[in-house]
Design a protein around this ligand. Structure first.
Ligand code: SF4
Ligand code: SF4
Length: 217
């Protein structure tokens, strides 16, 4: 999802980043599913329906799971919309990856501190659930999805503050981003967190800021 648009969350404008992400998702998934069907196999495209996408994405090695309950992918952070295709096409599969997200989340509380309805876990991963909207029997950081969604409804738009403030959600040039990810996944994670706060990472911008940039006015 677009980095600059997401700097304005929560706003009606920022919802467009989500909408565009899902629109691209639809085209990609339907094209891929049709391609697999043309090969003679079954293929069913799925976005947020049928099964939770994040556990599959973690298993597929696309990224790691963060405290805010979202996938954090190398190079994109949590700024993602995920889709999946169920198929009987024989495939070689990837494995889960680790690049230090869990360890970073252990020392970071930027998402849980910033979440208006305090829906994000502040403690250690556990198998406790908040309500029927949570998956049972998995030890992890679990977000109270009902608190989260109630907040969205009260705002009359979606939220994504947890994405905006996450130190993995920064858009630096390629080599700098790779270096930053490496440091965040190392013993330098505390200074990296300190630096992110110092540099104002994740501060909200007004939608008018985005419009001025987009139109050059
Ligand atoms: S989207 Fe907003 S309300 Fe929901 S968990 Fe993230 S910060 Fe909290
Ligand atoms: S804001 Fe911090 S604690 Fe939350 S997911 Fe991002 S890195 Fe982890």
């Amino acid at each position: 999802m677009d980095h600059d648009v997401l700097r304005t969350v929560p706003s009606a404008l920022s919802g467009t980043a989500t909408g565009v992400g899902y629109s691209a998702d639809v085209v990609t998934l339907l094209s891929l599913a049709q391609y697999v069907r043309n090969l003679g196999y079954r293929a069913y495209a799925s976005m947020n329906d049928t099964a939770s996408s994040i556990p599959y994405a973690v298993k597929a090695g696309l990224g790691e799971y963060g405290r805010h309950g979202l996938l954090i992918a190398p190079g994109f952070g949590p700024r993602l919309r995920i889709g999946k295709v169920f198929t009987d096409l024989p495939l070689a599969h990837d494995r889960p990856i680790r690049f230090g997200v869990e360890e970073f989340c252990q020392i970071c509380r930027r998402c849980s501190d910033a979440c208006p309805p305090t829906a994000i876990a502040t403690g250690e991963p556990s198998d406790e659930v908040h309500n029927r909207s949570n998956v049972r029997g998995v030890r992890k950081w679990t977000t109270d999805a009902e608190k989260c969604f109630s907040f969205w409804v009260s705002q009359v738009t979606d939220c994504s503050i947890c994405i905006r403030v996450c130190p993995y959600n920064r858009d630096y040039p390629g080599w700098l981003n790779r270096l930053r990810y490496r440091f965040m996944g190392s013993f330098l994670r505390r200074p990296m967190l300190w630096l992110d706060v110092l540099l104002g990472g994740g501060e909200r911008k007004a939608p008018s800021w985005w419009w001025r940039r987009a139109t050059g006015s």
